[in-house]
Design a protein around this ligand. Structure first.
Ligand code: FNR
Length: 209
């Protein structure tokens, strides 16, 4: 099984974030072939289009864009704030999408997990984020869906990892599915590029000298 570099972006800056702990637990479960690293977003200045013209670009923007670019896939793990995406995450999305034509999100396979102590598991934030991903040309894993409700401090052990139980099982299933999703998207892309190159070579051969 191939190893993939996964950038995890957590939509909460809170030290004891449930979402960060879910993300960490997922990495721990799937360390063999999802090489996870957290990409921090708390230091990104609020996006301002004037920055697009600035040279050099703000250092946190450069660091963030490089980390996202280097990843094979993106895992978003986010709470819901007032039925939507937390501002800090939306800011990161906007920073990565610019300057125009140089979006670091383009074609990156992604998955979205939303977790909340509430019953509906951040459904609103999850789908609002999906909407941005559609526009950004990111193939987002559709199943299994990951609206994790009723997550509390009690869901985790003293090391901050999920306790054994249905939630941990679901997160394990998500990790497997995400691995397969990234593989499918990257392989399909490789095949398409290979086909395009072959077609181009064939076209050159048939051209009169
Ligand atoms: C919340 N919370 C929340 N929960 C929810 O299910 N739907 C919501 O719309 C909101 N709105 C909301 C707004 C703001 C400003 C805060 C601070 C909180 C509760 C939220 O799910 C809870 O605080 C989580 O623990 C936040 O996620 P992290 O930080 O633990 O990952």
């Amino acid at each position: 099984m191939a190893n993939y570099q996964i950038a995890i972006i957590v939509g909460s800056l809170r030290k004891d974030s449930l979402n960060r702990r879910i993300a960490r637990s997922m990495c721990a479960m799937r360390g063999d072939n999802l090489e996870c690293s957290m990409v921090e977003i708390g230091d990104l200045p609020l996006y301002n289009q004037d920055y697009d013209l600035q040279r050099p670009q703000p250092e946190p923007y450069v660091r963030f864009r490089e980390q996202v670019s280097a990843a094979d896939g993106i895992l978003f793990c986010t709470p819901e704030y007032n039925r939507g995406v937390p501002g800090v995450l939306k800011n990161a999305i906007d920073v990565g999408s610019r300057p125009y034509g140089r979006s670091v999100w383009d074609r990156k396979p992604a998955a979205i997990i939303s977790a909340s102590p509430g019953a509906i598991g951040g459904f609103g934030a999850n789908h609002q984020l999906r909407q941005a991903c559609v526009f950004l040309n990111m193939p987002v894993m559709q199943q299994p869906e990951a609206y994790l409700g009723q997550v509390t401090d009690d869901s985790f052990d003293a090391d901050g990892c999920l306790k054994d139980g249905p939630l941990k099982d679901l997160v394990g299933t998500l990790a497997h599915a995400f691995h397969d999703w990234v593989e499918m998207i990257l392989r399909a892309r490789e095949l398409l590029e290979h086909d395009a190159a072959r077609t181009e070579r064939a076209a050159k051969k048939t051209q009169p000298a």
